[in-house]
Design a binder for this molecule. Structure first.
Ligand code: SDX
Length: 427
């Protein structure tokens, strides 16, 4: 017998079904609550609200577990590749050999962008933030691909998904090149997805460029760690935009806009800027005190998480990778020492222990990205590049969901009740 949730409102009793997933918290199905009780639920920030049913990613915040289609993130980060994870997120299963090669070939053959797109960049100032450029250019993609915007056609949905995954590295690299005044570099079909991106970003026409395998492996691992993460703010934005029937390019542009916020994907840029501002470990107590001061809006960037209340498994992988990559590249960035000391001090402080604040995915990623050669302004672009795979997987799942309908939350209204208009002469 399925469980039910019972409660009283206005002296009347109500009962709602409790639904169970394959793992994780049960949900109370309140879809009929307003019709039956005349009341809404109230949950700003959706801290206790499941917006959808999904089978793509599962997070156990207390246990520090992150699964993509059931596979633990640490195993994928150590043993898989970003292209394989992209296929897994989109299709639900790990591909066998030929299927993976076919997928990689499909993605490779969509990496070029329409040449007209290059003129879009000319309209931006050279010092435009690359996220502003990414947001604008990705939103404009729908102007070029009318043959893959009919969301009712599964074939067109998959072509649009492949185009978005394939073209994000090209557009991201173009945004970087434009910001440093260097010519755009075309993709090459003989390179891996990640090597192609690194070459489009860092090569110049004046000399040959060889992708460093250490850098390629680190970049690919970072892409895997940022690929998807349940119904986070930007994924929920993509789903909400998609629920109106908007084309996938517009939906991903909406996700990019949301990710840019410093409370979300913009935290990787903010975290490295914070670590650089702190400078040396002796200044850490000053910043810990600020983070604890209710009157100070300062927060430790790269710390805390809505779901993880033990540790972010991605941060553990990145913390280990940071030391390895810097050592292999022969780089010694004092910021890494500051980051580790900040983590140590914070995790001994009752404020952080009580509020269950731990380093998240954004705390260490910037140290690695900086060592590879990216400016901090590119960090969230790289997050968006990787997360596009998760966004399109979640978007496809939503469109294919027979229960999906346009998202339209309600509110607790606290404004003026009805009153009559007063002509300005009588006010
Ligand atoms: C990402 O959702 C996802 O999955 C996101 C993400 C993904 O992969 O998609 O994981 C990526 O966005 C990671 C988070 C990156 N953001 C940051 O690092 C910015 C700093 N962190 C915070 O702003 C905050 O922790 C959030 C936004 C991440 C989570 O905020 P919540 O869940 O709304 O928690 P909260 O703001 O209610 O904080 C709870 C308490 C508060 O104190 P009280 O009001 O209870 O006294 O903890 C405090 C906060 O003041 N707090 C912090 C803090 N984060 C929370 N205090 C100091 N420093 C911090 N970083």
């Amino acid at each position: 017998m399925a469980d039910t949730a019972k409660f009283e409102l206005g002296g009347k009793g109500f009962e709602y079904p409790v639904l169970s997933g394959s793992t994780g918290p049960d949900v109370v199905d309140i879809r009929k609550l307003y019709a039956q009780t005349g009341a809404f639920t109230y949950d700003p920030g959706f801290t206790s609200t499941a917006s959808c049913e999904s089978s793509i990613t599962y997070i156990d915040g207390d246990a520090g577990i992150l699964l993509h289609r059931g596979y633990p993130i640490d195993q994928l980060a150590e043993q898989s590749t970003f292209m394989e994870v992209a296929y897994l997120l989109l299709n639900g299963e790990l591909p066998e050999g030929t299927t993976l090669e076919e997928f990689k070939t499909t993605i490779t053959r969509h990496t070029m962008v329409n040449e007209q797109l290059a003129t879009f960049f000319r309209g931006f100032r050279r010092d435009a933030h690359p996220m502003a450029i990414l947001c604008g250019v990705v939103g404009a993609l729908s102007a070029f691909y009318h043959d893959s915007t009919d969301i009712t056609d599964p074939q067109q949905r998959m072509i649009a998904s492949h185009r978005l995954i394939a073209k994000m590295p090209t557009i991201a690299a173009m945004a970087y090149k434009y910001s440093v005044g260097q010519p755009f570099v075309y993709p090459r079909n003989d390179l891996s997805y990640t090597a192609n991106f690194l070459r489009m970003t860092f090569s110049v026409p004046a000399e040959e460029y060889e992708v460093d395998p250490v850098v390629e492996a680190a970049m690919d691992k970072i892409f895997i760690l940022h690929a998807d993460h349940e119904q986070n703010a930007s994924t929920s934005t993509v789903r909400l935009a998609g629920s109106s029937g908007a084309n996938p390019f517009a939906c991903i542009a909406a996700g990019i806009a949301c990710l840019w916020g410093p409370a979300h994907g913009g935290a990787n840029e903010a975290a490295l800027n914070m670590l650089r501002e702190i400078g040396t470990p002796d200044r850490i107590p000053e910043y810990i005190a600020r983070a604890k001061n209710k009157d100070d809006p300062f927060r430790l960037m790269g710390f805390g998480h809505r779901v993880y209340k033990n540790f972010d498994p991605r941060a553990k992988v990145l913390s280990k990778a940071a030391g390895e990559v810097l050592a292999k590249l022969g780089k010694n960035d004092p910021v890494l020492d500051t980051a580790r000391e900040l983590e140590r001090i914070a995790l001994e402080d009752p404020y952080f222990i009580d509020k269950k604040l731990y380093p998240n995915v954004d705390f260490y990623s910037g140290v690695i990205l900086s060592a590879i050669g990216f400016p901090t302004t590119m960090f969230t672009v790289l997050f968006a590049l990787a997360r596009t795979t998760g966004w399109v997987a979640q978007w496809n799942e939503m469109i294919a969901d027979p229960e999906q309908k346009i998202g339209r939350p309600r509110q607790l209204y606290t404004g003026a009740t009805q009153r009559d208009y007063i002509p300005v002469a009588d006010r």
